[in-house]
Design a protein around this ligand. Structure first.
Ligand code: AR6
Length: 172
């Protein structure tokens, strides 16, 4: 079977896919990191649409158009703040990936890229977050046949190495 999971290093705002995922906060009204980069690249109409959504719970996701981005849609999800790992963080992070895939499938999105959710300002250790990301997407992809290709878009070389190792371990 064709591999449906990939990792690359780069700026997620440059990817011309059906959707990119944003690591947002509960307000969905923008912020720093990848959220700031996505809002800058999409232009002010993205913020206008986000204002109509009424925020988003941690572990949940919302979808908007992509506006000036090369991606057609943005799926905004809110990762957990890392508080040591025993405050439900792994389940909440897994829920971000799962909910984003559900929304993608519901909107006929075939190609989708994730950033390393929660691993910046929110402090989630990169290796733990990568393991949860790969395990969750791998476990759920069979259910969403329309989602043909998932890209893990790593900003750092270190994250790319983590994902490459996890993805090649999963191959026969
Ligand atoms: N493309 C891909 N990945 C990126 C980019 C980019 N252009 N820019 C940063 N990253 P963060 P969080 C990576 O802090 O930890 C915001 O203020 C970055 O290297 O963006 O979920 C929100 O509004 C890291 O690996 O998100 C929230 O308040 C990853 O994206 C809060 O930060 C996530 O880092 C969310 O924190």
């Amino acid at each position: 079977m064709r591999t449906r999971l990939h990792a690359l290093q780069g700026d997620i705002t440059t990817l011309a896919l059906d959707a990119i995922v944003n690591a947002a906060n509960n307000s969905l009204l923008g912020g720093g990191g990848v959220d700031g980069a996505i809002h800058r690249a999409a232009g002010p109409a993205l913020l206008q649409e986000c204002r109509t959504l009424g925020g988003c719970a941690t572990g949940d996701a919302r979808i908007t158009r992509g506006y000036r981005l090369p991606a057609r849609h943005v799926i905004h999800t809110v990762g957990p703040v890392w508080r040591g790992g025993s405050d439900g963080e792994p389940a909440l992070l897994a829920s971000c990936y799962r909910r984003a895939l559900e929304l993608a499938a519901a909107h006929d999105i075939a190609t989708l890229a994730f950033p390393c959710i929660s691993t910046g300002v929110y402090g989630y250790p990169g290796h733990l977050a990568a393991a949860t990301a790969v395990a969750t997407v791998s476990a759920n992809l069979a259910e969403f046949e329309g989602v043909v290709e998932v890209t893990f878009c790593c900003y750092s070389r270190n994250d790319l190495a983590l994902y490459r190792a996890l993805l090649s371990e999963g191959r026969p």
